[in-house]
Design a protein around this ligand. Structure first.
Ligand SMILES: [Zn+2]
Length: 176
C-alpha cells in the first residue's frame, strides 16, 4: 500500500501522534534546522517526495486557514511558487505549517524552525533565498560523523553567503 495512503488510513489509530516525532536538528543553537528541511527529512522517513508529502498529508489540514486567504492555492505548482519560501519565514504561513506538523506529530517546538524569533515582523521575501544554498564542508563533516544532513535556517538568509564554521562560500548550484 502507498505510504501516504497508509498515513491517512491510520489516522484514527494514530490519533495521538499521526506522524513520526522526528527531533529537529540543532535546536537552541544558531545551527537550528529550517522547517522546510524538517519537512524534507520527515517525508524521507515515509519514503515519499517532500512535495507529495506536503500536498497529500499537510494541505488537507490547512483547509480552514487557506479558505480565509484568497491568494493561497492548493495546486502544487502554485503553492511551491508562491508559498514555499514563506514556510521558513516569520509570518502566518510559517506559523501555520509549524502548528499543523506539530499537531500531527505532537511537537510544540517547531516554530523555532522558522524566522519567527529572529525576524518578526519582517517579510520573508527579500530576507530569505528563493533557491536553497549549502556548505559542502558541513555536509562532508556531518556525513563523516554519521549525522543527518539538513539545511540550517541560517543558510536560508540571503545575507549569509559564507559558512561561519568553514569560511567558505555557500553553494547555490550543484556542479553535478
Ligand atoms: Zn560549513
Amino acid at each position: 500500500m502507498h505510504t501516504l495512503q497508509m498515513i491517512k488510513e491510520q489516522e484514527p489509530i494514530l490519533a495521538r501522534s499521526q506522524l513520526y516525532r522526528l527531533a529537529p536538528m540543532g535546536m537552541r543553537t544558531v545551527w537550528v534546522e529550517s522547517l522546510t528541511s524538517y519537512i524534507h527529512r520527515l517525508a524521507a522517513k515515509y519514503k515519499v517526495k517532500p512535495r507529495a508529502f506536503v500536498t497529500e498529508v499537510m494541505l488537507p489540514h490547512l483547509v480552514l486557514w487557506h479558505e480565509t486567504r484568497p491568494s493561497f492555492t492548493t495546486t502544487t505548482g502554485g503553492f511551491y511558487r508562491r508559498e514555499a519560501i514563506a514556510i521558513n519565514g516569520a509570518g502566518e504561513v510559517a506559523a501555520n505549517f509549524a502548528e499543523v506538523i506539530g499537531q500531527l506529530n505532537r511537537r510544540s517546538d517547531l516554530r523555532a524552525l522558522t524566522f519567527h524569533l529572529w525576524a518578526n515582523p519582517l517579510p520573508a521575501r527579500g530576507l530569505l533565498r528563493w533557491v536553497p544554498a549549502w556548505c559542502p564542508a558541513c555536509y562532508t563533516a556531518w556525513r563523516a560523523n554519521g549525522q543527518a544532513l539538513y539545511h540550517p535556517l541560517l543558510w536560508m538568509l540571503q545575507v549569509v553567503t559564507v559558512c561561519p564554521r568553514h569560511r567558505c562560500f555557500l553553494i547555490e548550484r550543484c556542479s553535478h
